[in-house]
Design a protein around this ligand. Structure first.
Ligand code: GLN
Length: 204
């Protein structure tokens, strides 16, 4: 099993925000890795979770649904109480503290300035082999109207970049990827999230 539950030796319970976007793919991979996935729609669904994944989709749509369902405040509280959060693509936008574009609801749990359709302006989607810090071989990133971080704050560790644009980063218990590891067979990012991010006692 890839993950471990903090001290209890049980399967890690990982929520996947299921308001909009490609949450089912994350759930399948979590099941394959022996974690216990939970579809999260309401604040009470967060109880007892070790981590939460915010999937790709449309960050304005997901953000507005999060405001209306109370999930924006609830995930922020979950995070500040020591829960782990991983945002992929639209989820990376939502994790950021500021956007270069028009204002939209953000969690603001990672100190970063996001360009929300950064790569989307050039090409709708593409794949690239990424050198990821700590990985022994490249990771094939699937980018779909992908964002990137233009700038990150001092506590943010850059894990991967393309031409100086940050496409994967971590700060304590928050991980972001601009691409979609759930759309590939490579489970290393899911394993990393379970083992390193959920399993860490570090707080940001
Ligand atoms: N750029 C999109 C947004 O801001 C995200 C695209 C995606 O998640 N595939 O919502």
């Amino acid at each position: 099993m890839a993950g471990r539950r903090n001290g209890h030796g049980e399967r890690p319970r990982i929520g996947v925000l299921a308001l909009q976007g490609d949450f089912r793919e994350h759930i399948q991979i979590l099941e394959r890795l022996g974690a216990e996935p939970v579809e999260v729609r309401r604040p009470e669904d967060l109880q007892g979770l070790d981590g939460v994944i915010i999937p790709g989709g449309e960050s304005t749509a997901i953000g507005n649904l999060m405001v209306h369902s109370g999930m924006l405040d609830a995930i922020r509280s979950f995070f500040y109480q020591g829960g782990a959060v991983w945002g992929t693509c639209a989820g990376m936008v939502l994790a950021a503290s500021a956007t270069t574009g028009p204002s939209q609801p953000l969690l603001g749990i990672m100190s970063a300035l996001v360009e929300r359709n950064g790569f989307g302006r050039q090409v709708h989607s593409f794949e690239a082999d990424l050198e990821v810090k700590g990985f022994d071989r490249p990771f094939r990133g699937v980018f779909i109207r992908a964002p990137y971080f233009e700038d990150v704050g001092p506590g943010v560790e850059v894990l991967a970049e393309i031409d100086g644009r940050v496409v994967a980063a971590r700060a304590g218990k928050v991980l972001v990827t601009a691409f979609h590891p759930e759309l590939t067979d490579d489970t290393r990012f899911h394993e990393y999230f379970l083992r390193e991010v959920c399993g860490s006692d570090e707080r940001s």
